[in-house]
Design a protein around this ligand. Structure first.
Ligand SMILES: Cc1ncc(C[n+]2csc(CCOP(=O)(O)OP(=O)(O)O)c2C)c(N)n1
Ligand SMILES: CC(=O)[C@@H](O)[C@H](O)COP(=O)(O)O
Ligand SMILES: [Mg+2]
Length: 655
């Protein structure tokens, strides 16, 4: 560890930016040292995003020092780099609760602090939101300022350019700060990145220019520098792309140098019209291990800062690892396979695939819309694209799924990771909606493996399918089922029955001979499970003697299995780790209605509300999606149904 603090602590005196603004400029470097050290200690104890936050320490201090927050609006892009901002805005004492149930969010939230001007966690939204705020200030006749802080990775998202295009034409009092650390989660990709690198390498002129402006302001030398700048701009240096968009471009400057940052921001705050400040920072700044490996420290779990991250202990295989292995094996077997990631190489398990098949790998940047349509183009030419994408991020490419893939019935395969609750990232990253938003799209199949081995089998099944298909699997590991080698497929659209209720009574039985709770109440139960909750459902079924089907497909639904379940049982229970509204359970209800079968239905899944951050298992339990929760929901339902039936009978008798 390289961080040491010597003088009397200043950080403890800062409980809001107003306190920070009381300090002399020459004290701010000490604040930065203390803040960085505290940040490292805090994140090492809770886990969370580290590299990006170590890189925004000086920027956060400078922004709150110069701008009159919260009246002036700071809009952070993605928001994974806002821990220093949180610590300066009255939330330092709550850092030990970071990303835990009931604790601080890992991202900005309007309901957490008045200093969080805009909630975020998906990238590339900051310029649009800050522009909206700048224009609102103008419309309302207010003199507030709006600042968007966006990373070089987030700038690759199309939305950022839509906003730049709009902003440059508005004369809005908007400052866009490009926090360029030459990294996304993985190394940055694309022509824009190369362009930024060129700006950076040619940046000495600009830096000197801006440094001169700030330092020499109000002196005759400043006028000289200004004239030189104008001459040089026109004659020597071509306008930057940001100037072509209508912004006044300043930089690049060193984003860790408070002596450069503060006067530059003071200067920019007084200017009107769209301003663009390009700063250069280092991901992981100040912690040697993170500087050396910003990818590993992008979002680590808990660790000891003195020794750093240790190799993970061999544990259960994650679904992501199952996918990564399958991708390599299938690529070796079928040279038409092309793997695509929108900037999530590590998270999606594609590191090995890139290493082995570089020609068939593409990181397209944070560009989910493009990723989907790019895959569609590949499919048109007979290739077999596999787009590995987090469920939550596919929301960005929804129109492309329908318009570019499904309508044309193209064989694009979506490997949907992080389906269901994700835990510490919370509501913004939850993959709760994909079954609902995909199953309504014609031609598109939705496969829901129950365990690791079935995940591999259904990946092969989707890949073999001659049309669009999504395979959804959750974060982390599942039941721990051993994954068999081979690329065998499973029957298309077919569920498997995993448990038969032991009682022989018929669906309309009123038997009270069994000791089991449901039997006593006279209802037989069929559970239709979609995805890894199958195992909790099987456990619950032991308690209520239910039949259980592993449905495997949310679409095409195995209607025969639904019919059989309905004909043999009184109550149908659906279980899924996805939104109940419009989810797989709804598909079962639709099927029953089409079959003309009426059965009481109990849909177990995620409720119609955003689920906060917390430990994934605990959140699932809180939603009633563990074995105990499923069993008690079924027993309660039966009890209520039986009571309702009894009361109806007694009303009829007395009438
Ligand atoms: C729409 C969307 N896609 C993907 C992500 C995942 N993601 C979070 S941070 C990040 C990299 C952002 O890079 P940059 O903006 O340069 O910030 P840095 O991590 O370098 O601080 C990615 C890909 C996301 N949050 N939102
Ligand atoms: C901020 C962001 O979007 C990513 O860093 C995300 O937090 C990664 O999530 P996983 O840890 O599930 O890969
Ligand atoms: Mg970056």
């Amino acid at each position: 560890m390289t961080l040491t603090v010597t003088s009397t602590p200043l950080l403890d005196t800062i409980s809001s930016p107003a306190d920070l603004r009381q300090l002399r400029p020459d004290q701010l470097e000490q604040v930065a040292r203390e803040l960085r050290q505290d940040l490292l200690g805090q994140v090492s104890r809770t886990g969370g995003h580290l590299s990006s936050n170590l890189g925004t320490v000086e920027l956060s201090i400078a922004l709150h020092y110069v701008y009159n927050t919260p009246q002036d609006r700071l809009v952070w892009d993605v928001g994974h780099q806002t821990y220093p901002h949180k610590m300066l805005t009255g939330r330092r004492s709550r850092m030990p609760t970071l990303r835990q149930l009931g604790g601080l969010s890992g991202f900005p939230r309007r309901d957490e602090s008045e200093f969080d001007a805009f909630g975020t966690a998906h990238s590339s939204t900051s310029i649009s939101a800050a522009l909206g705020m700048a224009m609102a200030a103008r419309i309302k006749g207010e003199s507030r300022r709006a600042v968007a802080i966006i990373g070089d990775g987030a700038l690759t998202g199309g939305m950022a350019f839509e906003a730049l295009n709009h902003a440059g034409d508005t004369h809005a009092n908007l400052l866009v700060i490009l926090n360029d650390n030459d990294m996304s989660i993985s190394p940055p990709v694309g022509a824009l990145n190369k362009y930024l690198a060129r700006l950076m390498s040619g940046g000495f002129y600009s830096a000197a220019r801006e440094g001169a402006k700030s330092v020499l302001k109000h002196t005759p030398l400043y006028e000289l520098a200004r004239r030189f700048e104008e001459h040089a701009k026109g004659m020597v240096v071509p306008g930057t792309i940001f100037e072509e968009f209508g912004f006044n471009y300043v930089g690049p400057i060193d984003g860790h140098d408070l002596d450069a940052l503060i006067p530059t921001l003071q200067n920019l705050r007084e200017r009107s019209g769209p301003q663009f400040l390009h700063i250069i920072t280092r991901k992981g700044k100040g912690y040697d291990l993170a500087e050396a490996d910003p990818i590993a420290y992008h979002g680590p779990g808990k660790f000891d800062p003195a020794v750093g991250l240790q190799p993970a202990k061999a544990g259960a295989q994650t679904f992501t690892q199952v996918f990564g292995q399958w991708l390599c094996d299938m690529a070796a077997a079928d040279e038409r396979l092309v793997g695509i990631t929108p900037a999530m190489r590590e998270g999606s398990g594609m590191v090995e695939f890139e290493r082995r098949f570089p020609q068939r790998y593409a990181d397209v940047g944070i560009a989910e819309q493009h990723a989907v349509t790019y895959a569609a183009g590949l499919a048109c030419e007979g290739l077999k694209p596999v787009l590995a994408i987090y469920s939550t991020f596919l929301q960005r490419g929804y129109d492309q799924v329908i318009h570019d893939v499904a309508i044309q019935n193209l064989p694009v395969m979506f490997a949907l990771d992080r389906a269901g609750l994700v835990g510490a990232d919370g509501a913004t990253h939850a993959g709760n909606y994909d079954i609902a938003y995909l199953r309504c799209v014609p031609n598109l199949a939705v496969l829901v493996p129950a365990d690791e081995n079935e995940c591999r089998q259904l990946l092969s099944t989707a890949f073999a399918h001659n049309g669009p298909a999504a395979v959804r699997y959750p974060r982390g590991s599942g039941a721990g089922v051993a994954v068999l080698p081979g690329l065998a497929t499973l029957p298309w659209g077919r569920a498997e029955r995993r448990r038969k209720r032991t009682s022989t009574s018929t669906s309309t039985s009123t038997s009270t001979h069994s000791s089991r709770a449901d039997e006593a109440l006279g209802l037989s139960v069929a559970v239709l499970a979609f995805g890894p909750l199958l195992y909790a459902a099987l456990e619950a079924a032991e308690g209520v003697d239910a039949s259980v089907w592993n449905m495997r497909f949310a679409k095409p639904l195995d209607v025969e299995a639904v019919r059989q379940a309905a004909l043999e049982h009184d109550l149908i229970v659906t279980v899924e780790e996805g939104a109940v509204a419009g989810g797989a359970g709804s598909a079962v209800a639709e099927a029953l209605s089409q079959l003309g079968l009426t059965r009481p239905l109990l849909h177990l899944g995620l409720p119609d509300q955003f689920i906060e951050h917390g430990e994934r298992g605990a959140l699932l339990s809180a939603c009633g999606l563990d074995a105990a929760g499923i069993q008690s929901a079924i027993s309660d339902f039966i009890r209520r149904a039986t009571l309702a039936a009894a009361s109806k009978t007694s009303r009829e008798t007395s009438a």
